[in-house]
Design a binder for this molecule. Structure first.
Ligand code: GUN
Ligand code: MOS
Length: 756
């Protein structure tokens, strides 16, 4: 069968026409109320008094809800129960929700918010992970992975270097802000339309806060205007608030954050302050590596413990290091709880080892790429967490990048340019990536698909997959079209709904297409087996001789007169079930947190990026000339969609590493609170050329149709941008002492160029 790999994203038609539906586009019922969140105007303090009287008196204000109105538990924490929906007596971050104002219009609710008077007695504010560590303020116990004997290995090293790194947070900036719409159904049931990556998390948390059974809550998602991890956990509070108001008012309530509220109230990628120690042999083998990662977790756990864990999983990136000790501390601060963001702690871990390698290369006086190359992961190497590396493509992608892109010529070009130019300098870097695929929390790796064939032969598919622009619905459709051998027009991907597919994991961890795709594949295959039986009876031939092709039944490769549609009619007449529900759970994976050893990942994704940049040495500004990538797609099932994921992730990674600068003041107030003060990549900051070539590989059976997960891994190619910049600065200023403090903004580049 020929899977159609050059398929367009099925949403492209409605996207381009502006017809795609988001939460804010849902037709609202007559009488719907609109809500605005009243949040803490201080990062840490005791609430002395709140006067809602003027706000409540405003014409059009229906009611203001606080923690006192919660019938169930004032608790929305996922991994750890440490996060109230609404502050009670204390506030823990600037932007922490205190109340929900419900009014006839959003405008009135917003106006009412300005009339609330609150008095807060200041408590000490912690904004950095280091301060939190010094004060012993943590989310949970530290975690540590180790392999070999690191202490002993350092003693045998020819070179040992130590240093510190910082990587800043990152705003998700999904184009669709957080939001939800809650509607009362009969008997106290509530339906919620939510912009969430995790419909089950919303359902469960609403039920918990309202003190009702989960079956009373239905959550429906058509698609998101971007998630990037920001809606894995943090889509929940807004849905819960809307549902709480609906519960009390028996009326529909819409709550959509505006951009400013969203920026202020939601968490971001975790900033990390880290220290490393790296030891190498004379021939540049990394013999020992040790790190301490300080994760700035914010004021509540959210997903921080899981993110911290993934930092440890990726601390050695694409390298084999025989002696490793890594440790991570989730530090509790007075920032909004930081949360999942594409890569989920992996990028933060990988930035540190790349910094350590750059530092070692600088001190020894060799190009970083020699150290990188000397230590690339090989078949059967052991990761610090005990998994044995299999079907490794680290060297394959590296070597094919070198060859395909003619690295000698490229390096010569950069050297020549730097020799002949004094006002502009070029820098080049290599960035290999290795990213583990599966939720690191093994029990989350499962999914279900519910497939209906309707009596006219059209098909409807429901899964837990949430479409957020990544094209997962298109992939689900391809799978069904391939198995049934019918055109994609006959297939509809339904909304993601908790009543059709229940108890689901969020769409996250790059695993959505794998998990839901495998379930879809199983369900479709089961239906095909059933249909073959019907056809075999009808045509009086053995099932083994039957195949489905081109909307028809083929017998021994020849087209019969039984079509897809007539076959479905026959199945109906024979009372054969045309619905199938399949459950998939990733085999083989396991992890023992007491030993910090196991086999947590179904497989790894590999790749190598070569980045070149030109720095304007008068201004400190820069342009990325090119990023040349050899990427391990396995066998890509949707080439355009996967390429789009690589390109988008790369640019997002470059943004994190070079432009995007989250700033809080010492009082914990977000300074980068608008798009005028928070710079994201635009058309001028994307590389002038991006090339992506698939590495030749056999693919992996644990990936859907051998097409590997593609959502997160390529973000880490962006780390190469940081080191290309370091090299350009070095070419201009021989005194430059490498800095590992991301993002590398033009200001920092300029300072580096003229550092004495
Ligand atoms: N996003 C990326 N990786 C992960 C993971 O391992 N777990 C969860 N919950 N989300 C992720
Ligand atoms: Mo997770 S960063 O939502 O894949």
């Amino acid at each position: 069968k020929a899977l159609k790999k050059s398929i367009k994203n099925l949403d492209s038609y409605t996207h381009v026409r502006g017809e795609s539906l988001y939460v804010d586009d849902v037709n609202i019922r007559q009488g719907t109320f609109h809500a605005v969140v009243f949040d803490a105007p201080k990062a840490h303090g005791k609430i002395k008094s709140i006067d809602y009287s003027k706000a409540e008196a405003l014409e059009g204000v229906e009611r203001i809800f606080t923690y006192k109105d919660i019938p169930g538990k004032n608790e929305i924490g996922g991994i750890i129960a440490d996060e109230p929906l609404f502050a009670e007596n204390e506030v823990h971050f600037w932007g922490m929700p205190i109340a929900l104002i419900v009014a006839e219009t959003e405008f009135i609710a917003r106006k009412a918010r300005g009339l609330i008077h609150i008095e807060i007695e200041d408590l000490p504010v912690i904004t950095t992970a280091k301060e939190a560590k010094a004060k012993g303020s943590f989310i949970n116990a530290p975690r540590s992975f180790s392999l070999g004997d690191t202490e002993k290995a350092f003693a045998d090293c020819h070179y040992v270097f130590e240093g510190e790194t910082f990587s800043n947070g990152q705003e998700h900036l999904y184009i669709e802000a957080q939001g939800a719409y809650a509607e009362p159904m009969e008997n106290g049931n509530i339906k919620i339309t939510s912009s969430t990556q995790g419909p089950t998390a919303v359902q469960k948390t609403v039920a918990q806060v309202l003190g009702v059974a989960m079956h009373k809550i239905e959550v429906d998602v058509t698609r998101l205007g971007g998630g990037f991890g920001g809606k894995e956990d943090q889509a929940t509070p807004w849905a819960v608030m809307a549902a709480l108001a609906t519960y009390h008012l028996n009326q529909s309530v819409k709550l959509i954050l505006n951009r400013h509220d969203d920026l202020r109230m939601t968490g971001k990628r975790h900033p990390y302050e880290s220290t490393y120690k790296i030891g190498l042999s004379k021939d540049l083998k990394i013999l020992a590596y040790q790190t301490e990662f300080l994760q700035n977790s914010g004021a509540a756990a959210d997903l921080s413990p899981a993110i911290a864990e993934r930092t440890l999983f990726h601390a050695t990136n694409s390298y084999y290091v025989p002696n490793v000790t890594t440790k991570v501390l989730s530090c509790k601060t007075n920032l909004p709880p930081n949360t999942a963001f594409r890569g989920f702690g992996g990028p933060q871990g990988m930035f540190v080892i790349e910094s350590a390698i750059a530092k070692a290369a600088h001190e020894i006086g060799v190009p970083a790429r020699e150290i990188q190359e000397a230590n690339l992961l090989d078949e059967n190497d052991t990761f610090s967490y005990g998994q044995i590396a299999k079907k490794v493509e680290a060297k394959n992608t590296w070597n094919s990048a070198k060859k395909t892109y003619n690295i000698e010529a490229l390096e010569q070009e950069v050297a020549d340019f730097n020799k002949n130019n004094s006002a502009f300098k070029k820098g080049l870097s290599f960035m290999p990536i290795t990213f583990g695929i599966s939720f690191t929390n093994t029990p989350m790796n499962h999914a279900r698909a519910l497939v209906h064939i309707y009596l006219d032969g059209s098909v409807g598919i429901s899964t837990a997959a949430v479409e957020m622009g990544q094209g997962v619905n298109t992939k689900m459709m391809q799978i069904a079209a391939d198995v049934f051998s019918i055109p994609i027009e006959k297939i509809k991907i339904e909304t993601t709904n908790t009543t059709r597919v229940a108890n689901t994991s969020p769409s996250a961890a790059s695993s959505t297409a794998d998990l839901n795709g495998k379930a879809t594949l199983m369900a479709c295959n089961a239906l095909v087996e059933r249909l073959k039986k019907v056809a075999s009876e009808e045509l009086n031939v053995s099932e083994n001789n039957i195949t489905l092709k081109e909307e028809a039944v083929f017998v021994d490769g020849k087209k019969s007169n039984v079509t897809w549609t007539s076959l479905i009619s026959s199945a109906m007449l024979k009372r054969v079930a045309l619905t199938e529900n399949a459950h998939y759970a990733t085999p083989e994976i396991h992890f023992d947190k007491t030993k910090e050893k196991g086999h947590p990942f179904a497989y790894h994704v590999y790749g190598t990026a070569i980045t070149t940049v030109t720095v304007d040495c008068t201004r400190g500004t820069y342009v990325f000339d090119s990023v040349k990538i050899v990427h391990d797609y396995g066998k890509s099932m949707s080439e355009g969609i996967d390429l789009g994921q690589v390109e988008g992730a790369l640019i997002q990674g470059i943004g994190w590493m070079t432009l995007e600068e989250i700033a809080y003041n010492e009082k914990g107030r977000l300074l980068s609170n608008a798009l005028s003060t928070y710079k994201v990549p635009d058309i001028f900051s994307v590389p002038k050329s991006v090339e992506v070539i698939p590495v030749e590989t056999e693919g992996n059976d644990m990936a859907i149709l051998k097409s590997k997960a593609v959502g997160e891994p390529p973000l880490m190619y962006g780390i190469g941008a940081y080191f290309a910049l370091q090299n350009a600065i070095k070419a201009f200023n021989p005194n430059y002492d490498l800095q590992f403090h991301a993002p590398m903004t033009p200001e920092k580049v300029l300072t580096g160029l003229y550092q004495k």
